[in-house]
Write a protein that binds this ligand. Structure first.
Ligand SMILES: NC(=O)c1ccc[n+]([C@@H]2O[C@H](COP(=O)([O-])OP(=O)(O)OC[C@H]3O[C@@H](n4cnc5c(N)ncnc54)[C@H](OP(=O)(O)O)[C@@H]3O)[C@@H](O)[C@H]2O)c1
Length: 275
């Protein structure tokens, strides 16, 4: 049985429909990953073969002023799952992020490139990667720029803003790969099926800026909105973001034969799934 922790989240909900075999999903109502006792009791009772952790404190800007909570959930909470899963002989799959990198490489990041998180969120997720390795049978999947049907996300924000405004300013100096949670769930299923261990990158193929992504969303949705450029500095968010953090997903394809769709094709799939 595969246990999905964080099953009510944006990714968790799609994992619950797309992972193979017998599934059980739990979220904060049934497990608090910051509590070693809560984690141990649940894992010993359910005895899953695989634990997929999609639970996290994902408010990137909120993490800047809540370092304690960020580290408790995204860092040491993963350690609780790693120890608990190792104790029952289960595999741990941990979802991580491009924000463990500083964005200065200038080319897509490989799994073993040096990390250098710029934000508290990135630091807490890197701590989570270290903690996940406490279970020798671990799989860490770094992803980025997620959107899916079951959570607040950039695509829905853009489409909502377009109802109220005819002109928007969107950042054009952050580059990444928008990734549909359905595609990421398929990649995770392929990695689990393939018995993969260690660290992998999983994202839709190709890359763009948030500004290009916004224009693609409006084009595909047939919405007329003027999208103006703005810089990350002008946006002035509390948490610093990596400017260029695309992930090289070659290892995922080599080891599983799963090839993620291009980001634009994935966007088309998402938009048609919600209509
Ligand atoms: N979203 C992105 O763009 C993105 C990019 C890269 C990586 N990721 C990673 O992908 C994973 C999934 O992200 P997501 O966007 O799907 O997250 P999400 O929608 O915020 O879902 C996270 C879930 O975890 C639950 N949770 C929070 N604290 C918990 C705790 N102490 N114990 C148990 N459950 C807890 C949340 O419950 P509440 O809602 O009640 O707090 C929520 O249901 C995360 O690891 C995230 O870091 C996300």
């Amino acid at each position: 049985m595969i246990l999905v922790v964080g099953a009510n989240g944006m990714l968790g909900r799609d994992l619950m429909s797309l992972l193979p075999g017998e599934l059980r999903g739990v979220d904060i109502g049934e497990i608090d990953i910051t509590s070693p006792e809560s984690v141990r009791t649940l894992l010993v009772t359910l005895k899953p073969e695989v634990v997929v952790n999609a639970a996290a404190y994902t408010d990137v800007d909120g993490c800047e002023t809540n370092r304690g909570l960020a580290c408790a959930v995204n860092g040491y909470g993963v350690g609780n799952l790693a120890r608990g899963s190792a104790d029952i002989g289960a595999k741990l799959v941990q979802i991580s992020t491009d924000y463990v990198f500083d964005g200065g490489k200038g080319r897509p990041y490989l799994e073993d490139d040096p990390t250098g998180p710029l934000s508290v969120y990135g630091q807490s997720k890197l701590l989570g990667e270290e903690q996940a390795r406490l279970n020798p049978d671990h799989l860490i999947v770094r992803t980025q720029w997620l959107y899916g049907r079951h959570g607040k996300n950039f695509v829905e924000t853009m489409l909502r803003l377009a109802i109220e405004r005819s002109e928007l300013s969107v950042v054009d100096d952050q580059i990444g790969s928008p990734t549909w949670t359905v595609e990421l769930s398929r990649a995770i299923a392929a990695l689990i099926n393939g018995g993969c261990r260690g660290t992998y990158h999983g994202a839709n193929a190709g890359f763009c800026s948030w500004n290009e992504f916004a224009r693609a969303i409006f084009h595909e949705a047939g919405v007329a909105v003027t999208v103006k450029p703005m810089t990350t500095t002008e946006l002035n968010r509390p948490a610093p973001r990596p400017l260029y953090s695309t992930l090289d997903c070659g290892k995922l394809t080599r080891d599983t034969c799963f090839t993620p769709l291009g980001w634009r094709q994935a966007l088309q799939g998402y938009l048609s799934s919600r209509s």
